[in-house]
Structures are given as C-alpha cells and as structure tokens.
Design a protein around this ligand. Sequence first.
Ligand code: ZN
Length: 128
Amino acid sequence: MKITYKELIHSDIAVKNEINNTPTEDIENNINELCAWLNDKVAPHYSGPVRVNSGYRCDKLNKEVGGAASSHHLTGYACDLTCADVKQLRDIIKDNYMSDIDQLIYYPKKNFIHISVHPKKRGEYFEK
Ligand SMILES: [Zn+2]
C-alpha cells in the first residue's frame, strides 16, 4: 500500500465533467497530512495494493457525487479506500489508530472504507 497526493485529488468524475478539483493551499496541507498518516501508520500493516475511490472534493465535485454538505472530503481530511481485503484494512485502523480518527465508516456491501482524520478526532466508528 502506497497512497500519493495525486491519487487523493484525482477524480474520474471531475475529469469527465471538466471540474477543476485543485485545492487551496490550506486544504493542500490537510491532504498531505492525511496522505502522510496513511503511509506512516496504515501502510506498514497492509502490503497489497489499495485504491482511492474518492479523496478531496471541491464543492462542485461534492455536489456532483451527492456528498453531504458537511463532508470532510471537502476539507481534504477524508478519503474512501478499497482493496482486496477491506475488512483487514478496517481492522488495522480500528485496532490501532482510532485515537487519530474522526470517523471510520465501513461499507461491507459496497466494499470500501471512509476514513476521516479531521482534527475533531471523535474516534467514531460506523458500519453502513
Ligand atoms: Zn467518504
């Protein structure tokens, strides 16, 4: 597992709809923080490839994908990840790093996890 800044701002839907999903400098810092956290904390536990389904979303992109108005994707602190073993990825975070997490949401049917490292750090876990 290795997540890049580029992956966290890329969106096929933004490209398709010609939406400029370039973050401001403040948000860029948040994305870098999330990226470093993923690579420093989670990656050492999971060797297989991990795909970013959705990372940073500008307002326009967030509306396009039907994201919540208060979504942490808007601030760059959240991403949705998928891989061959999403449950294992969830367990790595759930068992070790909930104190770094604002929200961890596991979607077993859609096979991805939503991770937010927003500084509120409420340590919330949900399954949807
Ligand atoms: Zn999400």
